[in-house]
Design a protein around this ligand. Structure first.
Ligand code: KIV
Ligand code: ZN
Length: 511
C-alpha cells in the first residue's frame, strides 16, 4: 500500500497571522468544517493563550468538528501549555503543539537563554503537554537557520520526553530545497529514537520556495507537512496546501505518496477562505487561481479541443473547479468559440454561429478577454434581439428624506401594456417590486452591483444583477446616467434572459 503524507492545516493559526486575515469564531468554525470535508488530517485551530477569542475558537472547533485531530499552539511556557490543554479538551482527538526557537539569533537575541536551557524548557513543556493528551507535537522554531547537530539534540530530547511529532520549520523561508531536504535526511539518520515520532515540516514562503522545500523534505523522510489554504500565513505566507497535495497527486509516479485529501473540495475551500478573509487569490496562482485552467492562445485552445492533455496536466474538475476553462480572446478560433457556446448550452445552426462569431471578433478588437457573460450577451443580442418578453416603456420614481420611495412603471409584453406602482426601501427596491408584480415572477435577486463607467458627475452608471428562479439563474446589465433607470434595465434584461433560457432550454454553467 502507498504510504500516506499527513496534511496538517494551519490556515486558522498561521494563516490567520496574515495581515488583515483575522476571522471571528463563527467564520473559523465554517472554515474548520470545510477543512474536515476536504479531508485534512490535523487542523491547527488557533493559539489559545493569545486571546480569549482564540481560546474560544479552538475550544468550539474541538467540541464540534469531527474527523481531523484538533491542535492548538503553545509556547513552552507552562501557562501556554495549560491553556492549550484546556482548549483542546473537548476534542475526540486533540493535540498540543508546543514550540521554542533553536537558532542562534533567536536564542541569543530573542529568548536570551542558553542552548541547554532551551532544551530543558522544551522537555518540560512536552512532559506537561503529555498530561493533557498523548498526541504532542514539538517544533524547533527557525530550524532552517539552526545547526543540524543542535536540532538533533533537541529532537532526541523531546522524543524521549514523549513528543509524537517533531516539526522542523523553515520559519523565515531561508532554505533551499536541496539544503532543507538534506537537513531532514540528517535528522532521520542521526536521531536515534526518530522511529518513535513523525517528522513534520513547516515552510514559509519568503523566497517563494515553501512548496518546493516541503516536497524536498517529503522526499527525504518528512511524513507530515504543515500548510495553509491559498498559501496564507505570516509575511509571504506558508506552503500552499493545494499545491502540495496536487503535486503529490499529479506526480505520484515520482513521489509515490498519497494524502487523505478529497481534491474535489479544494476549489470550494479556497473560495471560502478567500471570501471570509477578504484576501483575494491572485489570478495566476497555481491550482486555484482564476487563470489556472484558462487557455487563451488559439493554438493552445485548438490543441486542448483535440486532446486535453496537450496543454493540461490535471483537469479543473479534479480540484472541484467548474467554471469556464477557456478565456476567449482575439486568438480564439471558430472551433473554440463554437465549443464554448455548446458548453454554455447553446445549440445553434451554422448560420447563427457565423453571425455570433462575427460579433465576437468585433468585440475582441475592443476588449482583450471575452468572458462567458460577454458570450451570453452576444448570443442573446444577436439571436434574440426583438424577442425580449418585457420592454420598459415608462418609469417614474420619487425618493428623498421625507417621502416614501415610490416607483411607477409601464412595461410592454407583446401588444399588452402593463402598469403598476409600488413603494420600497428605496426607488430601486420599489421598481423591482413593481416589476415582480407585473411579471408575476418570483425572482430572487442574488447579486446587485453598480459601477461608474466614466468619470465626473455625469458619469454613466453600469448596473449588473444576477437573479435566480426555480433552479435557473441569469445575469442582466443596464447602463444610464440615471442609476435607477440603469437598475431597472438590468433587472428586466435578466428577466428576459431567464425567459429566453426557458424557451431554448439552455443550461448555463458556472453561474
Ligand atoms: O513558522 C514557525 O516556525 C511557526 C511555528 C510556531 C511552528 O509557525
Ligand atoms: Zn509559521
Amino acid at each position: 500500500m502507498t504510504e500516506r503524507i499527513l496534511i496538517f492545516d494551519t490556515t486558522l493559526r498561521d494563516g490567520e497571522q496574515s495581515p488583515g486575515a483575522s476571522m471571528n469564531i463563527e467564520e473559523k468554525l465554517k472554515v474548520a468544517h470545510q477543512l474536515a470535508r476536504l479531508g485534512v488530517d490535523i487542523i491547527e485551530a488557533g493559539f489559545p493563550i493569545s486571546s480569549a477569542g482564540d481560546f474560544e475558537a479552538v475550544r468550539t472547533i474541538a467540541k464540534t468538528v469531527e474527523g481531523p485531530v484538533i491542535a492548538g499552539l503553545a509556547r513552552t511556557k507552562p501557562e501556554d501549555v495549560a491553556r492549550c490543554g484546556e482548549a483542546i479538551k473537548p476534542a475526540k482527538r486533540g493535540r498540543i503543539h508546543t514550540f521554542i526557537a533553536t537558532s542562534p539569533v533567536h536564542i541569543e537575541k530573542k529568548l536570551r537563554m542558553t542552548k541547554e536551557r532551551v532544551i530543558e524548557s522544551a522537555v518540560a513543556a512536552v512532559k506537561q503537554a503529555k498530561t493533557y493528551t498523548k498526541d504532542v507535537e514539538f517544533s524547533c522554531e527557525d530550524a532552517g537557520r539552526t545547526d543540524w547537530g543542535y536540532i538533533c539534540e533537541v529532537v532526541t530530547a523531546v522524543i524521549e520526553a514523549g513528543a509524537t511529532t517533531v516539526n522542523i520549520p523553515d520559519t523565515v523561508g531561508y532554505c533551499t530545497p536541496w539544503q532543507f531536504g538534506e537537513c531532514i535526511r540528517h535528522v532521520r539518520e542521526n536521531v536515534k529514537n526518530i522511529s518513535q515520532a513523525v517528522i513534520s515540516v513547516h515552510c514559509h514562503n519568503d523566497l517563494g520556495l515553501a512548496v518546493a522545500n516541503s516536497l524536498a523534505a517529503i522526499v527525504k523522510g518528512a511524513r507530515q507537512v504543515e500548510c495553509t489554504i491559498n498559501g496564507l500565513g505570516e509575511r509571504a505566507g506558508n506552503a500552499s496546501l493545494e499545491e502540495i497535495v496536487m503535486n503529490l497527486k499529479v506526480r505520484q509516479d515520482f513521489y509515490k505518496y498519497d494524502t487523505n485529501i478529497n481534491t474535489n473540495e479544494i476549489y470550494r475551500t479556497s473560495r471560502l477562505v478567500s471570501q471570509i478573509t477578504g484576501i483575494p487569490v491572485q489570478p495566476n496562482k497555481a491550482i486555484v487561481g482564476a487563470n489556472a485552467f484558462a487557455h487563451e492562445a488559439g493554438i493552445h485552445q485548438d490543441g486542448m479541443l483535440k486532446e486535453r492533455t496537450t496543454y493540461e496536466i490535471m483537469t479543473a474538475e479534479s480540484v472541484g473547479w467548474t467554471g469556464e476553462s477557456m478565456v476567449m480572446g482575439k486568438h480564439s478560433g471558430r472551433h473554440a468559440f463554437k465549443k464554448r457556446l455548446e458548453e454554455l448550452g447553446y445549440k445553434l445552426s451554422d448560420e447563427e454561429i457565423n453571425r455570433a462569431f462575427q460579433r465576437f471578433k468585433e468585440l475582441c478588437d475592443k476588449k482583450k478577454d471575452v468572458f462567458d457573460d460577454d458570450l451570453y450577451a452576444i448570443v442573446d443580442d444577436e439571436l434574440f434581439k426583438g424577442k425580449e418578453t418585457y420592454l420598459l416603456e415608462y418609469l417614474h420614481t420619487s425618493s428623498g428624506t421625507s417621502t416614501i420611495p415610490m416607483a411607477t412603471l409601464k412595461i410592454r409584453k407583446g401588444d399588452q401594456v402593463l402598469m403598476d406602482a409600488s413603494n420600497g426601501d428605496g426607488p430601486v427596491d420599489a421598481a423591482f417590486k413593481a416589476i415582480d408584480r407585473m411579471t408575476g415572477m418570483s425572482v430572487n435577486l442574488e447579486e446587485y452591483g453598480i459601477e461608474a463607467v466614466t468619470g465626473g458627475k455625469d458619469a454613466v452608471g453600469r448596473v449588473r444583477v444576477k437573479i435566480a428562479m426555480g433552479g435557473r439563474k441569469a445575469r442582466g446589465r443596464g447602463a444610464s446616467t440615471d442609476v435607477v433607470l440603469a437598475s431597472v434595465k438590468a433587472y428586466l434584461n435578466a428577466i428576459n434572459t431567464l425567459l429566453i433560457q426557458e424557451r431554448i432550454q439552455v443550461e448555463k454553467r458556472g453561474m
